[in-house]
Design a protein around this ligand. Sequence first.
Ligand code: PMP
Length: 417
Amino acid sequence: MAQLSPILKQATGVVAARGEGVLLFDEDDRRYLDFTAGIGVTSTGHCHPRVVEAAQKQVATLIHAQYTTVLHRPLLTLVDRMGEVLPTGLDRMFFANSGSEAVEAALRLARMSTGRPNVIVFHGGFHGRTVAAASMTTSGTKFRSGFSPIMSGVTISPFPNPTHYGWTEDEATDFALRELDHILQTVTAPHDTAAFFVEPVLGEGGYVPANTRFMAGLRERADRHGIHLVIDEVQTGWGRTGEFWGSDHFDVTGDILVTAKGLASGFPLSAIAARADIMEKAWPGSQGGTYGANAVACAAALATLDVIQDENLVANSAERGAELKAALQQVADQHKSITDVRGLGLMIGCEFRDADGNPDGVTAAAAQQEAVRRGLLLLTCGGWGQVVRFIPALVVGTDHITEAISIWEDSVAAVTA
Ligand code: PMP
C-alpha cells in the first residue's frame, strides 16, 4: 500500500467529503466553517451552483484542447472578458496552471523583454515552490533551503513591515525605499535589473499590506530605470482584499500582473497579463505547456467572473472584511498574546507575540488547532507561523462571521488561559 509523503504537512487533519459555500463537511458529515477557502482559492465558495453548472457542461463538451495545438472558445471568451477587470493597458495574456508557473513565466518575460538578468524581491514575499519561484521566496527558509543551488540573480530588499521592525508605517516605508536605492547603487545596477516582484499584501509572509507611498516609490524607480514592476496578485486578486486587485488599494499599475488562486474557484488556472510592448518581446517558444488554459478551468473562470460581478462579491469582501476585522480586533483587545490584527478585505491576520514581544508561533498554532477542533478551519502564516489568517470565500455572510468569531474567542481563551 502506498502512502502520502510524510512531510506533506496537514494543517487540520480533516478529510473533506463535500463543500457548500463557506462550509466543508468531513467523511462523518461533521460541519466546519471553512475560513481557509483552499488557501484563498474557492472565491465563490465551495461548489457554487453556477460554477458547477459551467464546469459540468464543459466536461460534457470538451475537456482538453491543448492551446498551442488548437484554440477553444472558453479560453477565447475568457481572454476577452478579462479585459473587463484587468488594469488598463495590461491586455496581453498567457495562461498556465499554478501560481508558481505564472511567476516563472513573468520572470522569463521580464528577463527577455529587458535583456537584463537580475530581479529584486521584497523580504517576506512568497512567489512559489518551483526552483526559480522558490529562489524569489523569502517568507520562510523551509521554502528555499535544502535543495541548493537555488537560482542566482535574486536580490532581497526590505518590505515596509511596520510590525516586524517596530516602526511606524512611514518609518518602515522610508527605510524600504532607501534600502532599495542602496541596492540599486551597490548590489544590482539598474541596467542589470529586469524587474521588481512584489505582493500588494505579503501573503505567506504574514498578511502585511504594502502602502501607497511604497508602491508609488517602486513605480517611480521602475519608470526611471526601465525596470518592470511585476505585481504578484496570486493571493490578493479576484476581490480577496475588497478591491478587484490588491494593487487597486494603492493606485498603482504594474507592467506585468500575475494571477491564479481565486480565478477559477478551485480549478487549476493561472495567468500573467502584460502590456503589449512587453509581451511582444517574449521569445518564441518561451510560453506554452500541456495543460495551460484547460477548457474546464476556463469555463469555471468565466462562471467565477459572472458570479463575482452579479453577486457584488468585491463589495461583500470589503464589507464583510471590515466586520471580521473589527470583531477580531475586539477579541485581540481581550488577549495580550494577540498583538496585531491587520489586512485588507477578507485577507486578515492576527499576530501572536510572547511576553517579550517575540513572534509566538506556538500559541498561534495552538489557537488554530483549537479552532479546528471546535469546527472553524483556519491556517497560519508568517516567518515563525505566528499569524493566524482568516480567508473565507467571498460569499461569506455576517452569520458565518458571528459564528466564526465566537469559536475563535473560545479557542484563544482556551489556549492562553
Ligand atoms: N504567489 C503568491 C503570492 C502565492 O500566495 C502563491 C501560493 N500561496 C504562489 C505565488 C504560488 O502559487 P501555487 O501554489 O499555485 O504555485
